[in-house]
Structures are given as structure tokens and as C-alpha cells.
Write a protein that binds this ligand. Structure first.
Ligand code: GCW
Length: 665
């Protein structure tokens, strides 16, 4: 595959596979994905030895065999018993390596694990067994075919246009999509949604007149074990068909979906299913007909069921035409209030896709209560790799520590299961990739894409270790780069949090673009995200005792922890409570002094980043370095703006000066 001159490689550039040159390889099995491995091996210059293993097989051979053959070709027993789908075992004996796989995807994932092992200097003298925690690991693209007048081509995309579409249709050259598919396979992603959840008229046609595009893209992803999903518009029978309704309980509507779905599967037999944003932010849904979300989701699920497809129905549903004067409405409550009464009513092939927090991908939010509450529904967790609220790929923010915290949260208390086990319907995330030369705008934002796949596969992986992996596979073995980027990214989420909205209150961003500070940007808005700051205090009272009652949506352990000022974690204080500026945090500081301290410190840390990046100049490709330098300058500037607006706003509101007499305006 030749690279577009305007495209820099992400991880796994050709030299990362150089160690395979001349290496004998035995690849056994008939799965079509083995063809992909054969051509990877050929590209890397490995020597194909066919399928036989005998006395003549060189000692240094790499064996890729079905798990059932392990005993025959390997001198010692391997832990292959009951290996689950997509799983594999890797072992080494002297110079010989074996990948014993469960199925084609297992073989492919084993291949990439072997490359990761090499880059990280990992030896597998003790055999290691790998199986994904989640069966579905999907990236959702918010790509439009024709550019949206306000949002552009990729909604909340910070890396240019779509890699799939240009000039109103699918791109003629899909080489980059193929390279993307390979990278996704290397991190274990096994599904991709190819269009935005806000489905315009043109995009809705992907399911009908433009199935050819879906077929084309599915064909590019297929050799990498990746199934394509479609975002569909609930009103399609009305908008695209010749029906006068899209009522999910109308037999003709169900028929329409069944027929359209059958037609789609006839051309794309491995289509993954549908993703649906219904009755949310202006998208159509079952409410127009007095039906509920279970009626809507099940109707689509029944169309998909005979073909093995799933419907991912999003729980991101709230009133976006709220009156700010109405203090009884709380956006955080909305998903639970809407969906909890439906628990147990969804068909088996419905996955309820829930954003990690109750509001909207904020830098800091408590976990969505829906995840623990809906015990009879398969929940899929939704993360955001694209940095809508976390610096828009102009600020370097490594999100894996946030995801680790989310996935490791235990809403039933320390003895209960972590989120990664409560979630049984898979992990989804919004992609951060576009047609930008560096793929993700900020070159370091590639680490988020990488880490997403790795954590969706195994939520217990250490975020810092994953970052090292990404660097080894991207920049090779260079200690200066490794140390330098760790020093930039390890605490970058905390740094970003410290100079933006304080203590879990969220938002305070410029309306519309969501970039940069605007303390009151959403304060009187119909979108329903408020901070309620006045001269005495700040925060949202979401307690059962005196507030909106939101804390009552959690299992008792967390409900009690959040309800009380004694036990609420500092970083979420203002999400749950309205307190005076003089309220003391567990760390001893008053709220107002904490705001000043974190904002001065955070902006200072951001101001140090350009110099840290400077130090790596001779170690990184010049163009990549230049792009980074541009971004770090912007981050330093923007962090200063955040600091000054937030600090000044709260100084003016509270009249309480900074203890250290630093500059306020
Ligand atoms: O965060 C909001 C974004 C919208 C997005 C929506 C969603 C696709 O601002 O742009 O729409 O979330 O998740 O549906």
C-alpha cells in the first residue's frame, strides 16, 4: 500500500515490521483473514513456509495455527482449552514463536500482539492467553457525506474532512480507509459505523439507494475483521419510502424496515447493524406516535434479528428545549428517567448505548447511573475519542486515564463489579480521525485512538503502559521521545481539568463550537447545563434531600457517597452540591481558593509544554514536530485565556481575593 504524500503514517510504519524480514512463517488454516496475515507477512519480507511443520522447519519459525493444532506443533502444553472467539495464545521457545488462534480474528490479533511484543521487548517464555472482554468494540464516525452547513463534514471532527466521503459521495481512492482498517485491527477494533448519528437526508440513503457505498466500504474493512454499521434515521419509511408514517407499531412500517434490512444484508451479509439517535436533539423517533423507545428499538431489532444484526439504541435523550427558569428539570436525570421504566422490555439484539456520564462527554462527570440501574438490558458504553470537550485536538489530552477510571468504577461499592463487567453490550467511541495529514489534527491525539482499542479489549491495561506501547510502535525505540511524551501526556487530563470548568461543574464552554471558555455560555440556555453561580456560591444541588433528587438514581453505596458533603469526592463537588465559595474541600482549600490555585497552576503547566516539545525536535519527523509545535502554542495561549476568564469571573462574583495576590482582572 503506498501512502498518500499528504499522509503521515500513524503507528506501525513499515520499519516497525522490519524484524520479520527473512523470518520463516507457517500459516495454517482456511479463514479468509489468514490471507490478510499472509500478505502482511509478505510485505514485511517474511518467508512463507506453507502449512507443514516437521523436522525441516527452521528453529526460528513463526507458527500461526488453529488452537486445535497446538499440541501437534508445540513441544509443551499451551493454555488453549476453551479459547473464546477472537482469542489467541502466544508462546516462545528459543527463537520459535507460536500464535495458536481461536478463529480468523484471533489469528489477526495474535499477529499484531506479536509485533507489539517485539516493539516492547516482551518475551513470552510463559505462554500468554488473550481474549477480549467485550465482544463489540466499535468506533462511531460522525461523518456526513455532504457537508453540514454549520457542523461541516465531520460533526465535532477536529481532523479535517471525512476519510470516507468527498464531493458528495464515497471517495474514489479508498487507500487511506484500508490503512485505517489495518490500524484499527491492530488494536482490536472489530466494527465501524460509517455515518453520523445525526442522519441527514443524503446519509439516510445509505440504507436504500446508496447501498453501493456501504458495500464498497464493507469490502475494505472486511479483510481486517471489521464489520460496518450504519446510523439510520427513524423517519426513513416516511422520508425515503412512500409511507405517511414511521410509527413503529404500524405493520407497514415494520415491513418497510424488514424489506430494507433484507436488501442490505443481501449485499452486505456481515453488516453489523444499526445505530440510532431517536427523539434526541431534534432527531425523529417513536415519541411522535405516542410510542416509547422500546417500541422503536424492538421494531428495528426484529428486522435485524434474522440476519444476525444488532441495533444500538442511544440513551442520549433529554429535553434540549428547556426553560432555564424551571429549576425542577435536571438534564442529568433524563436518561434514567426515560429508560429505567423500560428495563426488561428490550429484545436480546438491542444494545442500549449510554454515554459515560449523565450529561455529555465532559472532562469530569460522574458515571451515568443507567449503567448500574438497568439490570435486564444489555448496555454498551459510549466514550468520546474525538476531543469535543477536551481541547478539540488542539490541546494535548491523553484520555486513557479517564477511560480507566470510568471502566474501573464500582457503582455497587468496592466489593461490586467494575463498569467493564456491568457493560455487556460492548464499548463504542466517537472516532477522532479525518483526512488531515496527521490523521487526528494533533499528532499526539493518535495515542487516544490507540488507547481506546486497547482498553476496549482489556479494561485493566495500564494507561501509561499503553502510551509506551503506542510510542514504541510509532517512533521506535527512542528513550528521549518516550520520556518526553510521557512528561507531556501522563498528567494531561488532570492539567486540562485544572484550567477549565472547576470541580465537576462542567461546560463553561463557548456555545456551539464548544471550544474555549465562556462561563455563562450555557447559563440561560435551553440545553440545560447550568452552574448557578451567584455572589455567595456555585454548583448544582442534585441531592435527594434538597435538590433535584439525581443522587437517588445510583445504587445505595454511591447514592450515599454523592449525597453527603462529607463523602462526595472533591472533583465532583459542584456536580452534586451548591456550596458557598468559602466551603472547604477535603484537601483543606476553600472552593474559591481552589479555583484560583488550580487555574494558575494548570495554565502554568500548559505554558511549559512548548519547551518540552522543543526538546524533541531532533527526534521526531520535522513535519510532525511542526504540527505539534503549532498546537502546543495554541494550548498555552488558550489555557491562559481559560485561567483569566474563570478566575476573574469568580473574583468578581465572590469579591474574595486570591490569597497569593496573583493577577485578576
Ligand atoms: O455532545 C453532543 C454534540 C453533538 C452530538 C451529540 C450526540 C452528534 O455536541 O454534536 O451530535 O452530542 O452525541 O448525539
Amino acid at each position: 500500500m503506498t501512502a498518500d504524500p499528504r499522509e503521515h503514517p500513524m503507528w506501525l510504519p513499515p520499519h516497525a515490521l522490519q524484524f520479520l524480514r527473512g523470518r520463516p512463517v507457517v500459516i495454517r488454516g482456511a479463514d479468509p483473514l489468514l490471507e490478510t496475515i499472509r500478505s502482511e507477512a509478505a510485505d514485511a519480507g517474511a518467508v512463507d513456509r506453507g502449512e507443514r511443520v516437521d523436522a525441516g522447519t527452521p528453529a526460528s519459525t513463526l507458527l500461526i495455527v488453529p488452537a486445535a493444532d497446538a499440541e501437534e506443533v508445540w513441544p509443551r502444553p499451551l493454555p488453549v482449552a476453551g479459547l473464546r472467539a477472537e482469542g489467541f495464545v502466544i508462546a516462545q521457545d528459543g527463537d520459535r514463536t507460536i500464535i495458536a488462534y481461536a478463529d480468523g480474528r484471533g489469528a489477526l490479533y495474535g499477529w499484531f500482539q506479536m509485533i507489539r511484543d517485539h516493539a516492547g521487548g516482551e518475551r513470552r517464555s510463559t505462554p500468554a492467553r488473550f481474549e477480549p472482554q467485550q465482544a463489540l468494540r466499535v468506533l462511531d464516525h460522525w461523518d456526513n457525506i455532504s457537508a453540514h452547513p454549520v457542523m461541516g463534514q465531520v460533526e465535532r471532527g477536529y481532523a479535517g474532512g471525512s476519510i470516507f466521503y468527498a464531493d458528495g459521495s464515497v471517495r474514489r481512492d479508498l487507500g487511506r480507509v484500508a490503512r485505517y482498517a489495518r490500524l484499527l485491527a491492530s488494536i482490536g477494533v472489530n466494527a465501524v459505523t460509517i455515518n453520523n448519528v445525526n442522519v441527514g437526508r443524503r446519509e439516510a440513503q445509505l440504507l436504500t439507494d446508496d447501498l453501493g457505498t456501504v458495500e464498497l466500504l464493507a469490502g475494505i474493512f472486511r479483510p481486517w475483521g471489521i464489520r460496518v454499521h450504519l446510523s439510520v434515521n427513524f423517519a426513513s419509511p416516511l422520508d425515503l419510502g412512500d409511507l405517511d408514517t414511521s410509527d413503529p407499531l404500524d405493520e407497514r412500517v415494520a415491513q418497510w424496515w424488514s424489506a430494507a434490512t433484507a436488501q442490505a444484508f443481501a449485499r452486505i451479509p456481515d453488516l453489523g447493524g444499526y445505530l440510532v439517535k431517536a427523539d434526541s436533539e431534534g432527531q425523529p423517533g417513536p415519541h411522535a406516535y405516542g410510542r416509547d423507545h422500546a417500541d422503536g428499538a424492538n421494531m428495528l431489532a426484529r428486522a435485524l434479528e434474522p440476519h444476525g444484526g444488532v441495533v444500538r439504541w442511544r440513551a442520549f435523550v433529554y429535553n434540549h428545549r428547556q426553560d432555564w427558569r424551571d429549576r425542577s428539570t435536571d438534564r442529568a436525570r433524563a436518561a434514567y428517567d426515560t429508560f429505567m421504566p423500560l428495563d426488561g422490555r428490550f429484545d436480546d439484539n438491542v444494545l442500549l448505548q449510554v454515554k459515560y456520564g449523565p450529561i455529555d462527554f465532559q472532562t469530569r462527570e460522574p458515571l451515568s447511573p443507567v449503567i448500574a440501574a438497568m439490570k435486564h438490558t444489555r448496555i454498551a458504553l459510549e466514550l468520546q475519542v474525538t476531543q469535543e470537550y477536551t481541547g478539540q485536538q488542539r490541546h494535548a489530552v491523553y484520555l486513557a486515564p479517564q477511560w480507566s477510571e470510568i471502566l474501573g468504577g464500582r457503582p455497587f461499592g468496592d466489593g461490586g463489579p467494575p463498569v467493564s463487567e456491568l457493560v455487556r453490550g460492548g464499548i463504542a467511541a466517537v472516532s477522532n480521525v479525518g483526512d488531515d495529514a496527521y490523521w487526528t489534527g494533533h499528532p499526539l491525539a493518535q495515542s487516544n485512538l490507540y488507547a481506546y482499542g486497547r482498553l476496549a479489549w482489556d479494561a485493566t491495561l495500564d494507561a501509561r503502559a499503553v502510551l509506551s506501547e503506542w510510542m514504541a510502535l510509532t517512533f521506535g525505540d527512542d528513550e528521549a521521545v518516550n520520556d518526553g511524551i510521557h512528561s507531556i501526556l501522563d498528567d494531561s487530563w488532570a492539567t486540562y481539568e485544572s484550567y477549565t470548568a472547576p470541580l465537576g461543574v462542567g461546560f463553561m464552554v463557548t456555545p456551539g463550537s464548544h471550544y474555549g471558555p465562556s462561563v455563562d455560555g450555557y447559563e440561560y440556555s435551553p440545553w440545560g447545563t447550568y452552574h448557578f453561580a451567584d455572589r455567595n456560591g456555585i454548583g448544582v444541588d442534585r441531592t435527594v434531600a434538597t435538590g433535584t433528587g439525581y443522587t437517588g438514581q445510583y445504587p445505595q453505596e454511591w447514592a450515599a457517597m454523592f449525597e453527603s458533603l462529607e463523602s462526595v469526592p472533591d472533583e465532583l463537588l459542584l456536580f452534586f452540591h451548591h456550596v458557598p465559595y468559602t466551603h472547604r474541600l477535603h484537601n483543606g482549600a476553600t472552593v474559591i481558593q481552589h479555583i484560583y490555585d488550580t487555574h494558575f497552576r494548570g495554565a502554568e503547566q500548559a505554558a511549559e509544554l512548548p519547551a518540552r516539545w522543543d526538546a524533541l525536535r531532533d527526534h521526531i519527523d520535522e513535519d510532525v514536530w511542526m504540527r505539534g509545535a503549532e498546537r502546543f502554542a495554541e494550548q498555552a495561549r488558550s489555557a491562559g485565556e481559560w485561567r483569566d476568564q474563570i478566575n476573574t469571573y469568580f473574583w468578581r462574583a465572590s469579591g474574595i481575593p486570591d490569597e497569593h495576590g496573583r493577577t485578576l482582572y
